[in-house]
Design a protein around this ligand. Sequence first.
Ligand code: BGP
Length: 487
Amino acid sequence: MSKEDNQFPAGFYWGGATASNQSEGAWQQDGKGETCTDHLTAGTKDIPRRFTKKIHPELVYPSHFAVDHYNQYENDIKLLAEMGFKMYRFSINWTRIFPNGDDEFPNQRGLDHYKKVINCCRKYNIEPLITMFHYEFPYHLTEKWNGWQDRRTIDCFVKYTTTIMTEYQDLVKYWLTFNEINTPLMGAGITISLGMNPETEDLSFGNANEINGAEATKIVNGIHNQFLASARTVIEGRKINPNFQFGCMIASNVVYPYSCKPDDVMAAWQQQQTTNYYCGDVMIRGTYASFTKSYLKKLNATLDIQSDDEKILKEGHTDFYSFSYYMSGCATTDMAILNQNKNIFSTAKNPYLEASEWGWQIDPEGLRYYLNETYNRYQVPMIIVENGLGAKDRLIDGTVHDEYRIDYLRKHIESIHKAIEDGVEVMGYLMWGCIDLTSNSTGEMSKRYGFIYVDMNDKGEGTLARYKKDSFYWYQKLIKTNGTDLT
Ligand code: BGP
């Protein structure tokens, strides 16, 4: 691609993303309460993370230490600024503001902390993008009401979001209400996202086809309550500052038919509808998709829609579409193929694609496809808020030669450029885990994404020193040239 061809729109938001529970550590500092994620042990690719009701000192809980971003944010944001970041996405941890989720008054130390973080971004002309909920559910509300199963959780969430929107009304413009709101429908996040049934949590995904009956009813109603909480947040937010912009956040699921057999084509189409559009439609259009009835029937689930719900959803829809993109998969009705080749999102492996060390199949073309597909449906600005390669890095002489990561990012960014040429309105690109952090699915520190290496191992041991990888300088150059120099 020649340099002239590779122009990104002026004002394009280049940057990166993190989440409180995976980067901050300091899990009990300054009056923070416990989240469900604080109860998850570390796992590996083959050993699932476990939820423990009690915290056992001999076990490893990654969120307790992470990379100490809570105390090191100033230096970290300075490094992001050195790369030329235009936007930084991070989450506010609900339990730093309301430690139990249902407290009468907010925790001032939590509010002060995030004000400092936001001001630090502003100092470097970095636009903050705040995720209000990124798998940081107050454990107290899990014990009290089984999380999002209970409608009273909606009021608690709206109180929390109204508090932070009021507090930061002149400092923040862009907000995401719920991270990857659709993951429970893909078989993960029942505890960390919905705050339900801790003992059954399985973050290895892959069991979406088994969700049915009473379990499915709980999930669809839990998500419905999150839809309402999001919509009410948007409605309240617009009163606080009419310039606020709200985004949905969907874990994108690109599903190809495994073969051209019509059954496979239909299976792929249906999976894309139910995993992407079921939530996307409510969040962007403010209404449930037409296929909802047949989908609920298939799940044997009943959705409890009450009198004002539809009006609230309609009024509180979000303004832009954000999503994470890591991989694609294939759909087939042939259970032998599916079970033999199962991919992370209950899909079959694509024989044409390579995979990361964790089995996530790398497919830059799928990103162009997804951007086009989704934009055609919603016609609202889109932003990629997570994308990247989790890999084992080797620190040699104070740096990491991560050409594999540069190669991954380059191909995905080229694909975004093609989508822009196709006519898709793309606001920005935020690389996931711009500074190394703990993995969500496995809890490992050794699954690294960052431009910045952090000296910390899977057990939480290390100096926490930060080192710039080769990709750091590559991204710096790319931002400086607004995407024209991808070499
Ligand atoms: C998304 C989550 C992130 C992040 C990312 C990478 O699902 O929103 O929190 O962790 O996936 O996944 P992992 O950390 O498992 O490699």
